[in-house]
Design a protein around this ligand. Structure first.
Ligand code: 6PG
Length: 248
């Protein structure tokens, strides 16, 4: 990445999650004030659980005007311990007055991951009501970054990295011997704001490659998050930022 980045380094994970919760609340409040709604695609994994738990304590957010989507999902039922939806339901949705109609889960219980992807794309097309050739514009996309530089379910060397027209695809991840369902790069890169949340020393090396490295995005897919017309914010803790060059 050559463009200057908005990299916010927090001393420890707690301050990172607090900062991310404040940014989320600020984005949500501004969006609802100006457009009457806030559309957010949530990330999965384990890091964001602490952020979602903090958000669940915020009683002043306009929960009835926030619309929740998912950036990706494992190919499992919603009650599986692996399910991103289950993690979000347990840490956030079960604790806030968010109408069920405002939550759009990826139907990953479908035995055919490609069918789940098609169904989710239809759900998105109905909600965003876009012309066929355009991509939806989420107000906010939360993303994490794996130790291999993947984000959402866009893993190194996988076919989803090449997708240029569909909004949602299934993606075979050979190292896990499983399918995933994921939003595609054109959708992610069309967001108004993407906020990465990266914590821990195991992310220091991939983060350096993503932010400063010259390798291709095929190797470090988080590098492929390059917004068309939006704001990319890296929210990282000091452990994850340990190998980054000192800010100029
Ligand atoms: C998932 C996530 C995935 C996650 C990264 C980082 O389904 O696992 O969507 O992209 O963000 O794997 O996960 P952690 O931040 O928990 O390490």
């Amino acid at each position: 990445m050559s463009a200057a980045h908005d990299i916010r380094i927090f001393d420890d994970p707690q301050r990172l999650f607090q900062g991310a919760a404040e940014e989320f609340a600020s984005q949500a409040t501004a969006a609802v004030r100006s457009r009457g709604r806030f559309t957010v695609a949530l990330s999965g994994g384990s890091t964001p659980r602490s952020l979602y738990s903090l958000l669940a304590q915020n009683r002043s957010l306009p929960w009835d005007k926030i619309y929740f989507f998912f950036g990706d999902e494992r190919h499992v039922p919603p009650d599986s311990p692996e399910s991103n939806y289950r993690m979000v339901r347990e840490s956030l949705l079960s604790k806030v007055p968010s109408p069920a109609a405002n939550v759009f889960r990826i139907p990953a219980e479908n035995p055919e991951a490609s069918e789940a992807a098609k169904a989710y794309e239809q759900t998105l097309r109905q909600f965003f009501n876009m012309p066929a050739k355009e991509f939806p514009r989420f107000d906010l996309v939360l993303l994490g970054m794996g130790p291999d530089g993947h984000t959402a379910s866009l893993f190194p060397g996988t076919s989803a990295l090449q997708e240029g027209s569909r909004w949602v695809v299934s993606n075979w991840v050979d190292k896990f011997k499983t399918d995933r369902i994921t939003l595609t790069l054109p959708v992610l890169n069309n967001a108004a704001v993407v906020m990465f949340l990266v914590s821990g020393q195991d992310k220091a090396s991939p983060l350096k490659h993503v932010i400063e490295g010259k390798e291709s995005g095929e190797l470090y897919p988080s590098k492929l998050i390059q917004l068309v017309d939006g704001e990319l914010i890296w929210m990282v803790d000091r452990a994850a930022a340990a190998q980054l060059a000192p800010a100029a």
